[in-house]
Design a protein around this ligand. Structure first.
Ligand code: LMR
Length: 399
Protein backbone atom coordinates (compact mmCIF):
# COMPACT_ATOMS: atom_id res chain seq x y z
CA UNK A 1 0.00 0.00 0.00
CA UNK A 2 2.76 2.40 0.89
CA UNK A 3 5.32 1.40 -1.75
CA UNK A 4 4.55 4.39 -3.97
CA UNK A 5 4.66 6.89 -1.16
CA UNK A 6 7.41 9.48 -1.74
CA UNK A 7 9.68 10.71 1.04
CA UNK A 8 8.52 14.05 2.39
CA UNK A 9 11.03 16.85 2.91
CA UNK A 10 12.21 17.61 6.47
CA UNK A 11 10.55 20.53 8.25
CA UNK A 12 12.64 23.69 7.73
CA UNK A 13 12.77 24.35 11.50
CA UNK A 14 12.07 21.13 13.41
CA UNK A 15 13.99 19.09 10.80
CA UNK A 16 17.10 20.96 11.96
CA UNK A 17 16.62 19.68 15.51
CA UNK A 18 16.46 16.13 14.12
CA UNK A 19 19.69 16.68 12.15
CA UNK A 20 21.35 18.30 15.17
CA UNK A 21 20.44 15.36 17.40
CA UNK A 22 22.06 12.95 14.94
CA UNK A 23 25.27 15.01 14.64
CA UNK A 24 28.09 13.50 16.72
CA UNK A 25 30.55 16.41 16.41
CA UNK A 26 31.32 17.78 19.89
CA UNK A 27 31.39 21.36 18.59
CA UNK A 28 27.75 21.25 17.41
CA UNK A 29 25.45 24.14 18.32
CA UNK A 30 21.67 24.28 17.90
CA UNK A 31 20.34 27.70 16.89
CA UNK A 32 17.38 26.47 14.85
CA UNK A 33 14.14 26.15 16.76
CA UNK A 34 13.15 29.08 18.97
CA UNK A 35 13.44 27.39 22.33
CA UNK A 36 15.07 29.17 25.25
CA UNK A 37 18.27 27.88 26.83
CA UNK A 38 19.94 29.15 29.97
CA UNK A 39 23.54 30.31 29.81
CA UNK A 40 24.49 26.68 30.56
CA UNK A 41 22.92 25.74 27.21
CA UNK A 42 20.20 23.69 28.90
CA UNK A 43 16.40 24.04 28.68
CA UNK A 44 15.08 26.18 31.51
CA UNK A 45 12.08 25.40 33.67
CA UNK A 46 10.89 28.58 35.37
CA UNK A 47 10.74 28.59 39.19
CA UNK A 48 7.17 29.84 38.97
CA UNK A 49 6.24 26.87 36.81
CA UNK A 50 7.86 24.53 39.35
CA UNK A 51 5.85 26.22 42.11
CA UNK A 52 2.64 25.88 40.11
CA UNK A 53 3.39 22.18 39.59
CA UNK A 54 3.77 21.73 43.34
CA UNK A 55 0.48 23.50 44.02
CA UNK A 56 -1.24 21.33 41.43
CA UNK A 57 0.21 18.15 42.91
CA UNK A 58 -1.05 19.11 46.36
CA UNK A 59 -4.52 19.66 44.94
CA UNK A 60 -4.54 16.01 43.75
CA UNK A 61 -6.61 16.97 40.72
CA UNK A 62 -8.41 14.47 38.51
CA UNK A 63 -7.84 13.90 34.81
CA UNK A 64 -11.31 14.45 33.43
CA UNK A 65 -11.78 15.89 29.95
CA UNK A 66 -11.76 19.61 29.59
CA UNK A 67 -14.70 20.99 27.62
CA UNK A 68 -14.26 21.46 23.87
CA UNK A 69 -13.09 25.04 24.50
CA UNK A 70 -10.66 24.04 27.27
CA UNK A 71 -10.48 25.28 30.84
CA UNK A 72 -12.59 28.44 31.28
CA UNK A 73 -10.35 29.87 34.04
CA UNK A 74 -7.32 29.56 31.82
CA UNK A 75 -9.01 31.28 28.88
CA UNK A 76 -10.25 34.10 31.07
CA UNK A 77 -6.76 34.75 32.46
CA UNK A 78 -5.17 34.39 29.07
CA UNK A 79 -7.46 37.01 27.56
CA UNK A 80 -6.86 39.41 30.47
CA UNK A 81 -3.12 38.89 29.92
CA UNK A 82 -3.39 39.99 26.29
CA UNK A 83 -6.23 42.53 26.25
CA UNK A 84 -5.56 43.99 29.72
CA UNK A 85 -7.28 43.22 33.03
CA UNK A 86 -9.66 46.15 32.67
CA UNK A 87 -10.31 45.89 28.96
CA UNK A 88 -13.83 47.03 28.05
CA UNK A 89 -14.21 44.24 25.50
CA UNK A 90 -13.77 41.70 28.31
CA UNK A 91 -16.13 43.51 30.67
CA UNK A 92 -18.71 43.62 27.90
CA UNK A 93 -18.22 39.86 27.38
CA UNK A 94 -17.80 40.28 23.68
CA UNK A 95 -14.65 38.24 23.18
CA UNK A 96 -15.06 34.63 22.07
CA UNK A 97 -12.11 32.73 23.54
CA UNK A 98 -10.99 29.11 23.42
CA UNK A 99 -7.97 27.22 24.68
CA UNK A 100 -5.86 25.85 21.82
CA UNK A 101 -2.86 23.65 21.07
CA UNK A 102 -0.48 26.58 21.47
CA UNK A 103 -0.15 29.27 18.79
CA UNK A 104 -0.04 26.76 15.93
CA UNK A 105 -3.38 25.30 17.01
CA UNK A 106 -4.88 28.76 17.35
CA UNK A 107 -3.78 29.68 13.83
CA UNK A 108 -5.14 26.44 12.42
CA UNK A 109 -8.52 26.79 14.15
CA UNK A 110 -8.79 30.37 12.93
CA UNK A 111 -7.83 29.29 9.40
CA UNK A 112 -10.52 26.60 9.43
CA UNK A 113 -13.12 29.06 10.75
CA UNK A 114 -12.33 31.57 8.02
CA UNK A 115 -12.35 28.94 5.26
CA UNK A 116 -15.73 27.73 6.54
CA UNK A 117 -17.37 31.14 6.76
CA UNK A 118 -15.71 33.05 3.98
CA UNK A 119 -15.22 30.11 1.64
CA UNK A 120 -12.39 27.85 0.55
CA UNK A 121 -9.65 29.84 -1.14
CA UNK A 122 -10.34 33.02 0.83
CA UNK A 123 -7.08 34.98 0.84
CA UNK A 124 -5.07 35.60 3.99
CA UNK A 125 -2.29 38.15 3.74
CA UNK A 126 0.87 37.30 5.69
CA UNK A 127 4.09 39.30 6.00
CA UNK A 128 7.00 38.54 3.71
CA UNK A 129 8.79 36.83 5.33
CA UNK A 130 6.78 35.15 8.05
CA UNK A 131 7.16 32.15 10.36
CA UNK A 132 7.63 29.21 7.96
CA UNK A 133 4.76 27.21 9.43
CA UNK A 134 2.18 29.98 8.87
CA UNK A 135 2.08 29.18 5.18
CA UNK A 136 1.17 25.46 5.37
CA UNK A 137 -1.12 26.11 8.36
CA UNK A 138 -3.31 28.47 6.38
CA UNK A 139 -3.01 26.56 3.08
CA UNK A 140 -4.03 23.34 4.78
CA UNK A 141 -6.94 25.19 6.37
CA UNK A 142 -8.21 25.97 2.88
CA UNK A 143 -7.13 29.61 2.62
CA UNK A 144 -5.05 31.15 -0.14
CA UNK A 145 -1.86 32.61 1.28
CA UNK A 146 -0.78 35.96 -0.14
CA UNK A 147 2.19 37.99 1.01
CA UNK A 148 2.46 41.66 1.87
CA UNK A 149 5.72 43.59 1.93
CA UNK A 150 7.27 43.75 5.37
CA UNK A 151 11.03 43.39 5.53
CA UNK A 152 13.45 45.44 3.47
CA UNK A 153 16.83 43.70 3.10
CA UNK A 154 18.41 46.98 1.99
CA UNK A 155 17.68 48.73 5.28
CA UNK A 156 17.51 45.49 7.30
CA UNK A 157 14.36 47.08 8.69
CA UNK A 158 10.65 47.51 8.04
CA UNK A 159 9.40 48.34 4.56
CA UNK A 160 6.64 50.47 6.01
CA UNK A 161 5.66 52.18 2.76
CA UNK A 162 5.52 48.81 0.99
CA UNK A 163 3.40 47.44 3.82
CA UNK A 164 0.95 50.35 3.66
CA UNK A 165 0.71 50.10 -0.14
CA UNK A 166 -0.10 46.38 0.02
CA UNK A 167 -2.72 46.92 2.74
CA UNK A 168 -4.23 49.65 0.56
CA UNK A 169 -4.12 47.56 -2.61
CA UNK A 170 -5.82 44.51 -1.08
CA UNK A 171 -9.54 44.19 -1.71
CA UNK A 172 -11.63 45.76 1.09
CA UNK A 173 -12.60 43.40 3.91
CA UNK A 174 -9.55 41.14 3.52
CA UNK A 175 -7.90 39.07 6.23
CA UNK A 176 -4.45 40.18 7.41
CA UNK A 177 -2.10 38.33 9.73
CA UNK A 178 0.14 40.56 11.86
CA UNK A 179 2.79 39.49 14.36
CA UNK A 180 1.87 41.29 17.60
CA UNK A 181 5.49 41.68 18.75
CA UNK A 182 8.95 40.27 18.10
CA UNK A 183 8.28 39.42 14.47
CA UNK A 184 9.45 35.93 13.58
CA UNK A 185 11.86 35.55 11.75
CA UNK A 186 13.09 39.15 11.34
CA UNK A 187 12.91 40.63 14.86
CA UNK A 188 11.68 43.84 13.17
CA UNK A 189 8.50 45.42 14.58
CA UNK A 190 6.65 48.60 13.60
CA UNK A 191 7.07 51.57 15.96
CA UNK A 192 4.03 52.71 17.96
CA UNK A 193 3.42 55.53 15.46
CA UNK A 194 3.56 53.03 12.61
CA UNK A 195 1.18 50.64 14.40
CA UNK A 196 -1.26 53.53 14.87
CA UNK A 197 -1.08 54.47 11.20
CA UNK A 198 -1.50 50.85 10.16
CA UNK A 199 -4.52 50.47 12.43
CA UNK A 200 -6.14 53.51 10.83
CA UNK A 201 -5.60 52.20 7.33
CA UNK A 202 -6.77 48.68 8.21
CA UNK A 203 -9.94 50.24 9.60
CA UNK A 204 -10.52 52.40 6.54
CA UNK A 205 -10.13 49.30 4.37
CA UNK A 206 -12.43 47.25 6.67
CA UNK A 207 -9.81 44.53 6.88
CA UNK A 208 -9.99 41.83 9.56
CA UNK A 209 -6.78 41.73 11.57
CA UNK A 210 -5.54 38.47 13.01
CA UNK A 211 -2.69 38.94 15.48
CA UNK A 212 -0.29 36.11 16.18
CA UNK A 213 1.21 36.76 19.60
CA UNK A 214 3.85 34.14 20.34
CA UNK A 215 6.28 36.26 22.34
CA UNK A 216 4.38 38.41 24.84
CA UNK A 217 7.05 39.34 27.39
CA UNK A 218 9.95 38.33 25.17
CA UNK A 219 10.19 41.43 23.02
CA UNK A 220 10.73 44.06 25.69
CA UNK A 221 10.80 41.94 28.84
CA UNK A 222 7.46 43.57 29.78
CA UNK A 223 4.30 41.67 28.84
CA UNK A 224 2.13 44.79 29.13
CA UNK A 225 4.28 46.72 26.66
CA UNK A 226 4.40 43.80 24.26
CA UNK A 227 0.60 43.79 24.11
CA UNK A 228 0.55 47.43 23.02
CA UNK A 229 -0.35 46.83 19.36
CA UNK A 230 -3.15 44.40 20.24
CA UNK A 231 -4.69 46.84 22.70
CA UNK A 232 -4.31 49.78 20.34
CA UNK A 233 -6.18 47.99 17.56
CA UNK A 234 -8.94 47.01 19.97
CA UNK A 235 -9.16 50.61 21.25
CA UNK A 236 -9.43 51.74 17.64
CA UNK A 237 -12.53 49.57 17.30
CA UNK A 238 -11.14 46.60 15.37
CA UNK A 239 -12.83 43.25 15.87
CA UNK A 240 -9.46 41.51 15.90
CA UNK A 241 -8.73 37.82 16.25
CA UNK A 242 -5.77 36.77 18.35
CA UNK A 243 -3.58 33.68 18.63
CA UNK A 244 -1.64 33.39 21.90
CA UNK A 245 1.12 30.99 22.83
CA UNK A 246 2.56 30.29 26.26
CA UNK A 247 5.40 28.19 24.83
CA UNK A 248 8.14 30.79 25.01
CA UNK A 249 7.13 33.22 27.74
CA UNK A 250 6.30 30.43 30.23
CA UNK A 251 8.79 27.92 28.79
CA UNK A 252 5.92 25.46 28.24
CA UNK A 253 6.90 24.37 24.75
CA UNK A 254 5.84 20.73 24.94
CA UNK A 255 2.63 21.41 26.85
CA UNK A 256 1.06 22.97 23.75
CA UNK A 257 -0.80 25.67 25.58
CA UNK A 258 -2.31 28.71 23.90
CA UNK A 259 -5.56 30.47 23.13
CA UNK A 260 -7.57 31.81 20.23
CA UNK A 261 -9.90 34.73 20.71
CA UNK A 262 -12.17 36.76 18.48
CA UNK A 263 -13.41 40.22 19.45
CA UNK A 264 -17.06 40.58 18.50
CA UNK A 265 -19.58 43.42 18.42
CA UNK A 266 -21.61 42.10 21.36
CA UNK A 267 -22.02 39.16 23.72
CA UNK A 268 -24.55 37.43 21.49
CA UNK A 269 -22.20 37.50 18.50
CA UNK A 270 -19.40 36.17 20.74
CA UNK A 271 -21.59 33.25 21.80
CA UNK A 272 -22.33 32.39 18.18
CA UNK A 273 -18.63 32.58 17.22
CA UNK A 274 -17.78 30.32 20.18
CA UNK A 275 -20.37 27.78 19.04
CA UNK A 276 -18.74 27.67 15.59
CA UNK A 277 -15.25 27.37 17.07
CA UNK A 278 -16.51 24.33 18.96
CA UNK A 279 -17.71 22.79 15.71
CA UNK A 280 -14.23 23.26 14.24
CA UNK A 281 -12.41 21.87 17.28
CA UNK A 282 -14.51 18.84 18.21
CA UNK A 283 -13.82 16.76 15.06
CA UNK A 284 -10.20 17.96 14.90
CA UNK A 285 -8.91 17.01 18.36
CA UNK A 286 -12.02 16.85 20.55
CA UNK A 287 -10.70 18.98 23.40
CA UNK A 288 -7.31 20.32 24.49
CA UNK A 289 -4.87 18.90 27.09
CA UNK A 290 -5.20 20.30 30.59
CA UNK A 291 -1.76 20.23 32.20
CA UNK A 292 -0.29 23.40 30.64
CA UNK A 293 -3.58 25.24 31.08
CA UNK A 294 -3.58 24.45 34.79
CA UNK A 295 0.03 25.65 35.13
CA UNK A 296 -0.66 29.00 33.47
CA UNK A 297 -3.85 29.34 35.51
CA UNK A 298 -1.98 28.82 38.80
CA UNK A 299 0.56 31.51 37.89
CA UNK A 300 -1.76 34.11 36.41
CA UNK A 301 -4.42 33.77 39.11
CA UNK A 302 -1.93 34.57 41.88
CA UNK A 303 -0.63 38.17 41.83
CA UNK A 304 2.59 37.27 43.70
CA UNK A 305 3.37 34.38 41.34
CA UNK A 306 2.52 36.55 38.34
CA UNK A 307 4.99 39.17 39.51
CA UNK A 308 7.65 36.53 40.02
CA UNK A 309 6.94 35.08 36.59
CA UNK A 310 7.28 38.53 35.08
CA UNK A 311 10.78 38.90 36.56
CA UNK A 312 11.73 35.46 35.25
CA UNK A 313 10.45 36.28 31.78
CA UNK A 314 12.40 39.54 31.84
CA UNK A 315 15.54 37.67 32.86
CA UNK A 316 15.18 35.44 29.78
CA UNK A 317 14.64 38.46 27.54
CA UNK A 318 17.62 40.24 29.13
CA UNK A 319 19.95 37.27 28.64
CA UNK A 320 19.01 37.24 24.95
CA UNK A 321 19.66 40.99 24.70
CA UNK A 322 23.09 40.60 26.32
CA UNK A 323 23.94 37.79 23.89
CA UNK A 324 22.98 40.08 21.00
CA UNK A 325 25.51 42.66 22.23
CA UNK A 326 28.12 39.96 22.72
CA UNK A 327 27.66 38.36 19.30
CA UNK A 328 27.80 41.71 17.57
CA UNK A 329 30.92 42.84 19.40
CA UNK A 330 32.66 39.51 18.80
CA UNK A 331 32.08 39.91 15.06
CA UNK A 332 33.28 43.51 15.18
CA UNK A 333 36.39 42.57 17.19
CA UNK A 334 37.23 39.94 14.60
CA UNK A 335 37.29 42.79 12.05
CA UNK A 336 34.24 41.78 10.03
CA UNK A 337 33.67 44.06 7.07
CA UNK A 338 29.89 43.65 7.30
CA UNK A 339 27.63 45.76 9.48
CA UNK A 340 26.14 43.74 12.34
CA UNK A 341 24.19 46.62 13.86
CA UNK A 342 20.92 44.77 13.19
CA UNK A 343 21.87 42.04 15.66
CA UNK A 344 21.26 44.52 18.47
CA UNK A 345 18.46 46.53 16.86
CA UNK A 346 16.21 43.50 16.25
CA UNK A 347 14.15 42.19 19.14
CA UNK A 348 12.75 38.93 20.42
CA UNK A 349 14.13 35.45 20.15
CA UNK A 350 15.58 35.63 16.69
CA UNK A 351 18.26 37.41 14.76
CA UNK A 352 17.76 37.66 11.05
CA UNK A 353 21.41 37.76 10.11
CA UNK A 354 21.21 38.49 6.40
CA UNK A 355 23.40 35.42 5.73
CA UNK A 356 22.60 33.70 2.44
CA UNK A 357 21.46 30.07 2.29
CA UNK A 358 24.85 29.18 0.82
CA UNK A 359 26.60 30.75 3.81
CA UNK A 360 24.22 29.07 6.24
CA UNK A 361 24.89 25.66 4.68
CA UNK A 362 28.65 26.23 4.74
CA UNK A 363 28.57 27.14 8.44
CA UNK A 364 26.41 24.08 9.12
CA UNK A 365 28.77 21.82 7.17
CA UNK A 366 32.05 23.22 8.50
CA UNK A 367 31.21 24.30 12.04
CA UNK A 368 28.17 22.13 12.86
CA UNK A 369 26.11 25.18 13.81
CA UNK A 370 22.46 24.64 12.93
CA UNK A 371 20.16 27.50 12.01
CA UNK A 372 17.49 27.95 9.38
CA UNK A 373 18.35 28.35 5.70
CA UNK A 374 16.94 31.89 5.64
CA UNK A 375 19.74 33.01 7.98
CA UNK A 376 17.62 33.16 11.12
CA UNK A 377 19.52 32.46 14.33
CA UNK A 378 17.71 31.59 17.53
CA UNK A 379 19.48 33.94 19.96
CA UNK A 380 17.99 31.85 22.77
CA UNK A 381 20.63 29.19 22.05
CA UNK A 382 23.61 31.60 22.19
CA UNK A 383 25.58 31.43 25.46
CA UNK A 384 28.75 32.94 26.89
CA UNK A 385 30.51 29.63 26.12
CA UNK A 386 29.53 29.36 22.45
CA UNK A 387 29.19 32.99 21.31
CA UNK A 388 32.82 33.32 20.26
CA UNK A 389 32.73 30.05 18.33
CA UNK A 390 29.56 31.18 16.56
CA UNK A 391 31.06 34.59 15.72
CA UNK A 392 34.28 33.04 14.41
CA UNK A 393 32.37 30.55 12.29
CA UNK A 394 30.24 33.33 10.80
CA UNK A 395 33.33 35.47 10.25
CA UNK A 396 35.22 32.64 8.51
CA UNK A 397 32.43 32.38 5.95
CA UNK A 398 31.52 36.05 5.53
CA UNK A 399 34.83 37.85 6.07
C1 LMR B 1 10.25 28.72 15.80
O1 LMR B 1 9.93 29.53 14.95
O2 LMR B 1 11.37 28.20 15.88
C2 LMR B 1 9.24 28.34 16.85
O3 LMR B 1 8.09 29.06 16.71
C3 LMR B 1 9.02 26.90 17.00
C4 LMR B 1 8.32 26.25 15.85
O4 LMR B 1 7.36 25.50 16.11
O5 LMR B 1 8.69 26.46 14.69
Amino acid sequence: VWSEMPMGPPDPILGLTEAFNKDTDPRKVSLGVGAYRGDDGKPLVLDTVRKAEKIMLEKALNHEYAGIVGLPDFTKLSLAFAYGKNADVLKERRVAGVQTLSGTGACRVMGELMARFRGQGTPIYVPNPTWGNHIPIFKNSGLEVRKYRYYDPKTVGLDFQGLLSDVQAAEDDSLFLLHACAHNPTGVDPTREQWAELSKLMKAKKHTVFFDCAYQGFASGDSEKDAWAIRRFVDDGHCIALAQSFAKNFGLYGERIGALSVVCNDADEAARVTSQLKLVIRPMYSNPPIYGARLVTEVLSDPALTQEWSAECKAMADRIISMRTELRSCLERLGSKRSWEHITSQIGMFCYTGLTTEEVLKIRGDAHIYFTNDGRISMAGVTTSNVEYIAKSIFTVTG
